[in-house]
Ligand binder design. Sequence first.
Ligand code: ADP
Ligand code: MG
Length: 255
Amino acid sequence: MSTPLLQLHEVRKNFGGVQAVRGLSFSVHRGQVLGLIGPNGSGKSTSVNLISGTLPVSSGEIEFDGKNVNDLAISARVPLGLARTFQTTSLFPEFSVRNQVLTACHSRFCSAPWAAVFRLSAARSEEARQQARADEILEFVGLSDVARELTSSLSSAQQRLLMIATALASEPALVLLDEPAAGMVAKERKELTGLIQRIQARGVAVLVIEHHMGLIMEVCERIVVLNFGQKIAEGTPAEIRANPAVIDAYLGGSH
Ligand code: ADP
Ligand code: MG
């Protein structure tokens, strides 16, 4: 098998006395959709924060594309192909939907600032290219119709799609989605399921945290289950569904 795109080796994160993540190891391969599930407080969001570089690890190793990224800030991981969305929305409310995505396109493919100032033809064609890309991404996530609206006027489901569009603008090899279906109704969840499948069809790997088991079971090739910061199971959806430790964690725990 090829080298995994993302590899965690014995990753730990302590917050004072709280051991949020305890010796976590797993990998994500190119183009794979991996689910990270577990009861509330089991360390899912902390894991995504460690992988994206929002938080430093206490110990252990995170490798992306064969490189140790432990010491890289989030801004240095994005150009390597790692992008994330946040559990809470983080959009510019006064921006149009299109400009939100365009800003994200710029942050990856910036021409030198002086080029833009002098309107060199290279900068102009770069600008046109980025606008075409922003429009293509909005089409891809299904937000073309609202491209000119303010981000603050979108429904919460549309705002979540826009966050995914923003993450895709950096042309990632892996997107991290932390509870993308939170607050969505069944129809919106179904659209999101289709979108995750289309992202995978483009060859982009997805790591998704989600409480909604229907969505997880439908989109994931593999699932990693956390409980109290530790991995208690890993396998295909069918294996996870039948795993007694998983059933225990959910029925005996906070769920
Ligand atoms: P999940 O996303 O699975 O619900 P989290 O990763 O958010 O779980 O939290 C795991 C544990 O770490 C919880 O006990 C939580 O209270 C704790 N925790 C998370 N973030 C912080 C933080 N910034 N400071 C202190 N404790 C934290
Ligand atoms: Mg969480």
